[in-house]
Design a protein around this ligand. Structure first.
Ligand code: AKB
Length: 316
């Protein structure tokens, strides 16, 4: 019998591409996409889809029962910038959705859970360069607090109840299909859209702010590779550090400008600058590379080539 997978928050930036990849790998009928709304029409029309509010325990439980779900990817979350505007909503969604899924998994019907963490678990007291897997985590954002606490709960449910929960600390993710929403790293997606549409971009971070980033194809590969890895090889049940590239707004601007010479950038840092300043500039992910042989493929220039050629198809 094939595995039946539920993706909660499937309409979002990562959820939408994860759904497509999992449908290609396991068959459309085996991947149940769900979100709180039907805004992402491609997703709604391309296979099984359910409206689920991730804060609603019974809605998740009923769906798991109805489809005989054995694996859940919980991708719904309020990100760093939105979390600062709506702290209680971020806490409510990010924590309760995780408890719901972990508690259903503890009951024994779900065999495996994926839950994303983030570089936001780190804070100003964390070593900024090549941030190690095990280090000081004193996040200053609500989002970061939810991810840090969530990691502790994942490890707890694994050790105490044997829940097979797996997690990655995503860096900023760059993609051309679904826009991100409410993150501090979103500038690195917006800049490509604006370069193609308007030839100029006003960046909300300062030019030398270096942050860890990753192209979507690498993020999806990492997620699926981790979920397919044999459980015995996994030494981390909180969340794995994950890394590909690090760059500043100036670096990405130059990468685009070498392909679109008339492209212009201005810098107008806002409240997101403080968030970015509290995060690492690069990540040491050697434990992931060792435990489940993680390797990234995209560097800044290969990512720029792909982003620009895909967005040209969309806009020009
Ligand atoms: C954000 O900027 O909030 C996210 C993240 C790094 O988790 N992209």
């Amino acid at each position: 019998m094939s595995s039946k997978i539920l993706i909660i928050g499937a309409g979002g930036q990562i959820g939408s591409e994860l759904t497509t990849k999992l449908r290609e790998a396991h068959g459309t009928e085996n991947i149940i996409a769900s979100d709180i709304n039907t805004r992402n029409l491609d997703l709604v029309n391309s296979g099984p889809f359910e409206i689920i509010d991730a804060k609603n325990f019974n809605a998740i439980k009923d769906c798991c029962k109805h489809y005989n779900i054995d694996t859940v990817y919980l991708m719904a979350a309020l990100l760093s910038a939105t979390g600062e505007k709506y702290p209680m909503e971020a806490w409510d969604l990010n924590m309760n959705s995780l408890f719901h899924v972990l508690n259903i998994a503890k009951g024994g019907t779900i065999q495996k859970v994926y839950w994303p963490s983030s570089i936001a678990v780190f804070g100003p007291t964390t070593p900024r360069d090549h941030t190690p897997q095990h280090t000081t985590c004193e996040p200053t954002t609500v989002y970061g607090i939810t991810k840090q606490v969530g990691e502790r709960w994942c490890e707890y449910y694994h050790k105490k109840y044997g829940v097979d929960v797996r997690s990655l600390r995503y860096p900023g993710i760059i993609s051309h299909k679904t826009m991100p929403g409410g993150g501090t790293t979103d500038y690195a997606v917006e800049i490509y859209h604006e370069a193609i549409k308007n030839g100029k971009y006003e960046c909300f971070l300062s030019e030398n702010t270096s942050l860890p980033m990753m192209f979507m194809d690498d993020a999806i590969k990492a997620t699926i590779d981790l979920m397919q890895a044999p459980a015995e090889g996994l030494t981390i049940r909180s969340s794995y550090n994950l890394s590909a590239i690090s760059f500043t707004p100036k670096d990405i601007y130059e990468s685009i400008k070498s392909r679109i010479p008339e492209f212009k950038i201005t810098y107008q840092p806002d409240f997101r600058q403080t968030i970015a300043d509290s995060w690492p500039s690069s990540i040491d992910d050697s434990v992931a590379r060792q435990d489940w042989k993680w390797q990234h493929s995209f560097d800044l220039d290969t990512m720029t080539d792909t982003m620009l050629s895909e967005l040209k198809k969309k806009y020009l």
